[in-house]
Design a protein around this ligand. Sequence first.
Ligand SMILES: O=C(O)c1cccc(C(=O)CC[C@H]2O[C@@H](n3cnc4c(=O)[nH]cnc43)[C@H](O)[C@@H]2O)c1
Length: 230
Amino acid sequence: MTELTGSPGKTGLPSEARVLVMTAVEAERDAVLRGLDGDGRFDVRLCGVGPASAAARTAAALAGGEAWTLVVSAGIAGGYPELAPVGTLAIGTASVAADLGVETADGFASVDELGFGASGIAADASLAEALLQALNRAGLVAAAGPIVTASTATGTAATAALRAARVPGAVAEGMEGYGVAVAASDADKPFIELRAISNAVGPRDRDAWRIGDALSALSAAFAILKEVEL
Ligand SMILES: O=C(O)c1cccc(C(=O)CC[C@H]2O[C@@H](n3cnc4c(=O)[nH]cnc43)[C@H](O)[C@@H]2O)c1
């Protein structure tokens, strides 16, 4: 987990902010809307599941003529249990496509190593820190660190370990963050990823997912985010 430090207080969203929030599915969108409670600075849209759909729909939204001041990838996620247990929140310091690269005889090589691009997009550091502090002040448990984006959700301990090794300090795994981040970066817009943990990254056990708890945590997080002031 990345330690974010700094002075609490003077941080956050200005009154004229126009925030584009992208969630994969309707249940996540509705949870975000419950937390926002009608705040007109936010527009919450569906990006579909996976990074390709997320990038395409975010890019289309950003091209729509609105003067967006911030882009947020939000939803539920798998958490690395020691850093982000079920029911807690994860704030991305970067969104990292852990499977974007090639297999070689010597193992995985990322697009960065190949010179083909960047597999990680950094979040807006000051906003991520401000949000972490605001959530903590409100008594919500949140961890900050890289959030993995995977086209295939992890389903085994081996894959969990592999991806954790590729993305040191990873707190969580979702399927859209990197796609939303690429679109935001291409449009030169600040970006953060905010996730609520529904399950542990690791062996697939759908019965153990706590989606309701995670959606409640997501609502609570957005109720805080909308009150954060610059
Ligand atoms: O079944 C439901 O009621 C329901 C409600 C809200 C969301 C869902 C989803 O299945 C959302 C899929 C979404 O969740 C992210 N996610 C969650 N856990 C993981 C994981 O362990 N690894 C990767 N992604 C995860 C992901 O971003 C999906 O788009 C169902």
